[in-house]
Design a protein around this ligand. Structure first.
Ligand SMILES: Cc1cc2nc3c(=O)[nH]c(=O)nc-3n(C[C@H](O)[C@H](O)[C@H](O)COP(=O)(O)OP(=O)(O)OC[C@H]3O[C@@H](n4cnc5c(N)ncnc54)[C@H](O)[C@@H]3O)c2cc1C
Ligand code: SF4
Length: 480
């Protein structure tokens, strides 16, 4: 066992410094600073190098966490980065926004008595050091291959597949309906979790590595999927899920009741300097308003915290279950509370009040009843417990479903599940259509960046096998 490990008994867990909540409320900058070299070494040295690293098992990418922690503790950062990047195309993104408390850190064996190693913070530190020292390079294939692959969607799933395929030498073309590379990393997730420059830096490297991006190009409208299938030897669908779930309550059609993603996209675009008419006319700007966000997931947390930063008069989050039963990360709730968000647990909207535009939410108190078949306690309304909350804008953050992907892409023969996600064979990530693969949220439904990356990497390996087999079959046929 190296000397500089197993320090968890003497060294306290410390997160990177978090900016003061009062300062955070007024800007969109990331809330965590970076570790300095000393703190990163110190925190990495807390790893116990246990025999069965559950952190690695519970990381969707199976990152070799104990090894890069050990190398960081020894100050061997370039090697640490090599190991961290061998299994992850965006360690700087995952280090920032993975829900580590539910994944790697939540399963650290020292968690019980001594609090887990700060894995995400160290992963971010290693990768930032690699960028600063010029160790992060564009994908450079050892040789060029003639076959090309078309990818629909420049989110993390599509980008991970693109990079892995390019590294093998394929000609990779990514098509996206948006004007920037990154998918939800750019237009969904707010800056205070992930600054846009972090995503743009990756995008530059991918371009330098020879990946061709066709932006402002909606597949199914600007170009058909048939053309892509003719043009490329394989196609990957990585188009994400974008249909916000609605609320069934009287008055839901009133003005100023808006879907979460419209609200967050407007805020992100405004921050990027784009013209956003619905933000500029105040419709999607929470400034000086009483804001009510309905939902208890990470998107709801992003909405309430965005509203605080836009200068809202009050920000309330309505969630029908209690704190322990919410789907969002506990860390995010804590950040929101520090920033002044008021959580109204065990409550649900019963009706939206107002003339033309919303002015209030009639809310009913809930209690948790017996568990259903999924094991979750079912919320039940408590009769006569109504109360009204003032609202000038209501943001619906109840999760996402896939759009009708078959219609969107013009692929009636594509097999989908009863939830509308694309069905794949998980061993190959191939759909029921030969040479058509799918990854990320459109396969899993709304999920996580780290899972999209995992799928993209798996699909790239599978496509490589598929195209090699196809090339060999072609050669055999030619020789006959
Ligand atoms: C508000 C919010 C906050 C989140 N926070 C976190 C977090 O903190 N941590 C975390 O791990 N995950 C988070 N997620 C989830 C995460 O962003 C997604 O799981 C991840 O981005 C999925 O990646 P993807 O590549 O499958 O899809 P996306 O990122 O959605 O990318 C899909 C891309 O496909 C493009 N596209 C769609 N249809 C077409 C078409 N027909 N033609 C061309 N292009 C098309 C879209 O424009 C988009 O760029 C959050 C999600 C949201 C909405
Ligand atoms: S990718 Fe996510 S789950 Fe895996 S080690 Fe990094 S922060 Fe943890």
């Amino acid at each position: 066992m190296p000397r500089n490990q197993l320090k968890f008994v003497d060294v306290e867990k410390r997160m990177p410094d978090k900016r003061d909540a009062e300062a955070r409320r007024h800007d969109f900058q990331e809330i965590f600073a970076e570790f300095d070299a000393g703190r990163a070494k110190e925190q990495a040295s807390r790893c116990s190098q246990c025999g069965v690293p559950f952190c690695q098992v519970h990381c969707p990418l199976h990152n070799n966490i104990p090894d890069w922690l050990m190398l960081t503790a020894e100050g061997r950062l370039e090697e640490a980065y090599e190991i961290a990047s061998a299994t992850n195309n965006m360690p700087e993104v995952c280090g920032r926004i993975c829900p580590q408390d539910r994944l790697c850190e939540g399963n650290c064996v020292i968690e019980k008595g001594f609090r887990s190693v700060t894995i995400g913070g160290v992963e971010k530190y290693i990768t930032e050091a690699a960028f600063a020292n010029g160790w992060v390079k564009p994908p450079r294939p050892p040789r060029e291959l003639a076959q090309s692959v078309g990818i629909v969607g420049a989110g993390p799933g599509g980008l991970a597949a693109a990079e892995q395929l390019r590294r093998k030498g394929y000609q990779v073309h990514v098509y996206d309906r948006y004007d920037r590379i990154g998918g939800l990393l750019v237009y969904g997730i707010p800056n205070f979790k992930l600054e846009k420059s972090v995503v743009a830096r990756r995008a530059i490297l991918l371009r330098e590595g020879g990946i061709e991006f066709h932006l402002n190009c909606e597949v199914g409208t600007d170009i058909s999927i048939e053309v892509l299938r003719e043009r490329h030897a394989a196609v990957v669908i990585a188009s994400g899920v974008y249909k916000g779930r609605d609320i069934a309550a009287p008055g839901v059609g009133l003005g100023n009741i808006v879907p979460a993603l419209d609200y967050l996209t407007a805020s992100n675009r405004h921050g990027l300097g784009d013209r956003v008419p619905l933000f500029e006319d105040g419709t999607l700007d929470a400034s000086s308003k009483n804001v009510v966000v309905v939902g208890g997931g990470d998107t709801a947390m992003d909405c309430v915290r965005t509203a605080v930063r836009q200068g809202a008069k009050s920000v309330k989050c309505l969630y029908r279950r209690n704190r322990t039963n919410m789907p969002g990360s506990q860390r995010e709730v804590q950040h929101a509370e520090e920033e002044g968000v008021d959580f109204v647990w065990l409550s649900a909207p019963e009706a939206f009040l107002g003339r033309g535009v919303v002015r209030g939410v009639r809310t009913v108190r809930m209690r948790l009843g017996v568990a259903d078949t999924s094991g979750r306690q079912v919320p039940q309304a408590i009769e006569g417990s109504h109360f009204t909350i003032d609202a000038d804008i209501v943001i619906k953050a109840l999760g996402f479903d896939p759009e009708d992907i078959r219609t969107l892409l013009g692929m009636p023969e594509l097999e989908v599940s009863r939830w509308g996600t694309i069905k794949v064979d998980y061993k190959t990530m191939m759909t029921n259509l030969d040479g058509v693969f799918a990854v990320g949220d459109i396969v899993r439904s709304a999920s996580l960046v780290v899972w999209a990356i995992r799928d993209g990497r798996d699909a790239a390996e599978s496509i490589h096998r598929y195209l090699k087999a196809k090339a060999m079959a072609g050669m055999a046929a030619a020789a006959e």
